[in-house]
Design a protein around this ligand. Structure first.
Ligand SMILES: N[C@@H](CCC(=O)N[C@@H](CS)C(=O)NCC(=O)O)C(=O)O
Length: 230
């Protein structure tokens, strides 16, 4: 039985946009595993497997349920050790934790403030209400006010990617010669923006844009083919 991946979607079920769900999608593709997608809007997440998780992605591997994108990657690594590794060993797993935390707080946090009203615009009415209420409470301001003036914050956002940019002068992927799960972690954040927002985040001559293009092309262009705004 193919695995099932529950993923966050907008009004259009084909617009699958969560950064964490993209990590899981890319991890499944990296392992060459077949799966069925179950696009799920925010308000339907509590209905997945009788309330198994408050968040997506959720993976159903023949009755074994896994939540949390990092745990999904670990599950795939442990269950399919003969397929291409996502971590390159225990040291890689440990370092991937750092990349995850750096991406969450160093990249996704500032990025959210550049695209939050665009996220709202891809949701249906019920999910727009949920998203506005929950995110405005979290951010302490109207979504439109948080996003306003984003052009002035773009240079600062690009600077947050400097560690990646400088590393790319030495190697083509965070994983070295080929991608590993940490590439998918950072990729997920940028793909989140690409899917919901027309705002141009990266300059064309930025090595991060070149790396992102390499990730978009992987696995038969899985991510490039996804419905996107940009
Ligand atoms: N640490 C979790 C985070 C997952 C997460 O926050 N998912 C968001 C979508 S990007 C979600 O499901 N949010 C539910 C909600 O806001 O109600 C992971 O890596 O899977």
């Amino acid at each position: 039985m193919p695995m099932i991946l529950y993923e966050l979607c907008g009004r259009d079920p084909e617009r699958v946009f969560s950064p964490h769900c993209w990590k899981a999608r890319m991890a499944l593709a990296h392992k060459g595993l077949a799966y069925e997608t179950r696009p799920t809007p925010f308000t339907k997440i509590p209905e997945i497997a009788a309330g198994f998780s408050k968040t997506v992605p959720v993976l159903d591997d023949d009755g074994t349920l896994v939540r949390e994108s990092f745990d999904i990657a670990l599950h795939l690594e442990r269950t399919f050790p003969d397929r291409p590794s996502l971590f390159g060993g225990p040291g890689g797993e440990a370092m991937a934790r750092f990349v995850e935390r750096w991406t969450q707080f160093g990249v996704q946090g500032p990025l959210m403030r550049l695209i939050v009203a665009d996220i709202h615009s891809v949701l249906d009415d019920e999910n727009q209400r949920y998203f506005r209420e929950s995110r405005e409470a979290r951010l302490g301001a109207r979504l439109e006010d948080v996003q306003a003036g984003r052009e002035d914050r773009l240079a600062a956002f690009r600077e947050t990617l400097r560690p990646l940019r400088e590393m790319l002068a030495m190697q083509p992927f965070i994983g070295g010669d080929g991608p590993l799960f940490p590439d998918y972690i950072v990729f997920g954040a940028l793909q989140w923006a690409r899917v919901v927002s027309p705002f141009k985040l990266l300059a064309d001559d930025d090595p991060v844009a070149t790396w992102f293009g390499r990730l978009l092309a992987l696995h038969d262009g899985l991510a490039a083919k996804a419905k996107a705004a940009a």
